[in-house]
Design a protein around this ligand. Structure first.
Ligand code: NAI
Length: 315
């Protein structure tokens, strides 16, 4: 019996052919980009995978393209090829930029990555303004507001389609809680809200499912730069976006998005994903005293990071 595709994405193929969506990775030759490209090539919801970077994409593309999975892979290198990389994409994932290295200040990182994200988002506004955009480049607390400002200037801004990727914080929290409780981390769900740096990362341990209790000492989450676990987290998040686009129901992930959950214009919390991106931003739910104090600290830092991003585009 022949299966009839229920997909509605712009990239639906003819009946009988493998259905799927078109996904671009910008920064595909990097520490995150390469394993992310591998994982997206393995995703059955992806029919076309575009790999863009300013260096090395021909080699990465040749390598990934030898995997005998369904997605067709194409490589693009350098800014003159950005528009071709973006045209027709349903989802664009951005791990382009530099990670913080020893001796580098947060401002150094901000200045480099802010400029990169701006250029890439100008391309998105021009070539695939309806795409769902997943921003990984740090500082996410500022790069998502930067993307929003670029899209506003271009007249293409849709807050439902712009999502900052905070999944690594959730993945880490689930693993950490699983270890402490001696449970399978796949069975754990820790909402992580706020933002994606330092005190703005707020795991809501009082809402862990299955319920459990922690001391405030145990609640200190670890930190560190990541590429492989980040690629896993980004692939998990992109897969949720693709399932939403396909029309699956009940797809909920934490993400840093334009939000009315607090008085801040951007905030990370649980969002429900659907055919048009974000369908619903879920409320924070009850917080304990420790979490309420954390929320106040997080909001102070977030406000500054958001303002910094907005000013960068409008200066
Ligand atoms: P990396 O340096 O290994 O790779 C970055 C890639 O971006 C390189 O291949 C580089 O050529 C490329 N790139 C630079 N300028 C570009 C441009 N204008 N257009 C397209 N590509 C460009 O860095 P890594 O480790 O892959 O990290 C990438 C970003 O992800 C960093 O900003 C890092 O801070 C961030 N990150 C975010 C996390 C999150 O949870 N959201 C977690 C870990 C890292």
């Amino acid at each position: 019996m022949q299966e009839v595709s229920l997909l509605t994405g712009s990239n639906c193929r003819a009946k009988g052919a493998a259905p799927g969506f078109k996904v671009a990775i910008l920064g595909a030759s990097g520490g995150i980009g390469q394993p992310l490209a591998l994982l997206m090539k393995m995703n059955p919801l992806v029919s076309v995978l575009h790999l863009y970077d300013v260096v090395n994409t021909p080699g990465v593309t040749a390598d990934i393209s030898h995997m005998n999975t369904g997605a067709v892979v194409r490589g693009f290198v350098g800014q003159p090829q950005l528009e071709d990389a973006l045209t027709g994409m349903d989802v664009v994932i951005i791990p382009a930029g530099v990670p913080r290295k020893p001796g580098m200040t947060r401002d150094d990182l901000f200045n480099i990555n802010a400029g990169i994200v701006r250029i890439l988002c100008e391309g998105i506004a021009k070539c695939c303004p309806k795409a769902i955009v997943n921003v990984i480049s740090n500082p996410v607390n500022s790069t998502v507001p930067i993307a929003a400002e670029v899209f506003k200037k271009a007249g293409t801004y849709d807050p439902k389609r712009l999502l900052g990727v905070t999944t690594l914080d959730v993945v880490r929290a689930n693993t950490f809680v699983g270890e402490v409780l001696g449970l399978d981390p796949r069975e754990i769900s820790v909402p992580v809200v706020g933002g994606h740096a330092g005190v703005t990362i707020l795991p809501l341990l009082s809402q862990v499912n299955p319920p459990c209790s922690f001391t405030s000492e145990e609640a200190k989450a670890g930190a560190g730069s990541a590429t492989l676990s980040m690629a896993y987290a980004a692939a998990k998040f992109a897969d949720a976006c693709l399932k939403g686009l396909r029309g699956d129901v009940g797809i909920v992930e934490c993400s840093y998005v334009a939000s009315q959950v607090t008085e801040l214009p951007f905030f990370a919390s649980k969002v429900r994903l659907g055919r048009y991106g974000i369908e619903e931003i879920l409320p924070l739910g009850p917080l304990n005293e420790f979490e309420r104090a954390g929320l106040e600290k997080a909001k102070r830092e977030l406000a500054e990071s958001i303002q910094k991003g907005v000013s960068f585009v409008n200066k």
